[in-house]
Design a protein around this ligand. Structure first.
Ligand code: FE2
Length: 356
């Protein structure tokens, strides 16, 4: 997809296609009705929330859970897209800064807390944002553009995003007006660094659960067979389909890592239909690798237990393409060239803390 195809003349809703757009708008109207009495940012209105708060307080865990919610961790992970052994001449590498599940109206102070973490991540080739920008704002006239701008400015350009199950289509318009490219079942080519010969196909699908308006085939349409590919999806639910389609790395969020999880493996509500293996962190399905981000915000309750909020720098490398492999016809590079030093070692630590 080319950069000329975006903007006011061709907003995300139109790029989704007529049938999917109608399906999404009908579902958005249902959700708007369902949440008409909900007030963003009031976590303890429901009896359930008050009970959870009371339980945490009685277990002397409330303070810790609140602290965990506010503290965002910066991590780094290395991935080999088909490569083995030490980096060789001709290999390509990219650094992607991944963040997810902001739920801005639940905690509007998130951009400030995030900025402190993203300053530690060093140069990256792109920021990839996997949805749930807002929490309970389902009316276009109530979307806070200033708050979204504050969030967007935390991340370096180029920025790519997909919408989540909490995001109405108008969020896509706002994001694009702020310089984020929203991938509505589309893909773009991210150039490799200096001296490298391969580009990365960054594909993104619309929400696969609540709206079910995703199309992986469309997102991979212009990808060359030999081209390494990263898929952005709000939720992990399309992992089987993506593995069959030859996606190399599947980046997603949605589960919040359980947000309040026991220290043993379990599957929280938001991940319905998913195995524990894809609830949080790195996973593999057949030849495809994946990473489910815990996200950096949260919803319903301002607590986290055993599911640290995070931003992740994914360091990718891919071997040089085989002789005869070509770039995809018609694919247009939209991203800026890799930043100097972007393939260097990161300054962040990998790994997860114990009980939190
Ligand atoms: Fe979320």
């Amino acid at each position: 997809m080319s950069g000329e195809g975006r903007g006011r003349a061709n907003p995300p809703a139109r790029r989704l296609g007529e049938a999917a757009r109608r399906q999404r708008e009908e579902q958005e109207a249902r959700i708007r009705q369902l949440h008409r009495d909900r007030v963003p940012g009031e976590p303890f209105r429901s009896p359930f929330a008050r009970v959870v708060r009371r339980i945490l307080w009685s277990l002397a865990l409330e303070e810790r859970a609140q602290r965990n919610f506010e503290r965002i961790h910066a991590r780094e992970r290395a991935w080999e897209l088909g490569a083995k052994g030490p980096p060789a001449a001709g290999e390509s590498s990219w650094r992607l800064l991944h963040a997810s599940d902001f739920h801005l109206d639940f905690r509007p102070d998130l951009p400030d807390r995030l900025a402190a973490r993203t300053r530690e991540t060093g140069p990256v080739d792109a920021a990839v944002l996997t949805g749930d920008f807002f929490d309970l704002v389902f009316r276009e006239d109530r979307l806070d553009r200033g708050l979204l701008r504050a969030l967007v400015e935390v991340f370096p350009a180029p920025r790519f995003a997909v919408l989540g199950n909490h995001d109405i289509l108008a969020v896509g318009d706002l994001l694009e007006s702020l310089g984020v490219q929203v991938l509505m079942n589309e893909g773009v080519e991210l150039p490799a660094g200096t001296g490298a010969r391969q580009s990365l196909w960054v594909a993104g699908i619309d929400d696969a659960r609540t709206f079910a308006t995703d199309s992986l085939a469309s997102a991979l349409d212009q990808r060359a067979p030999s081209q390494p590919c990263v898929l952005l999806s709000h939720s992990p639910h399309r992992y089987g389909q993506a593995a069959r389609a030859g996606v190399d790395l599947y980046l997603c969020g949605h589960t919040h890592g359980g947000q309040m999880a026991p220290p043993w493996p379990w599957m929280p509500g938001p991940g319905g239909g998913l195995s524990v293996a894809r609830r949080s962190g790195p996973w593999r399905w057949r030849r495809m690798q994946g990473y489910t981000s815990n996200g950096c915000g949260g919803c319903k309750l301002p607590y986290r237990l055993n599911a640290p909020a995070e931003v992740v720098v994914h360091q990718l490398r891919s071997p040089a393409p085989e002789k005869g492999a070509t770039a995809p016809a018609g694919a247009t590079g939209l991203a800026t060239p890799a930043r100097p030093g972007s393939s260097g070692p990161g300054s962040l630590r990998e790994g997860r803390p114990g009980f939190q």
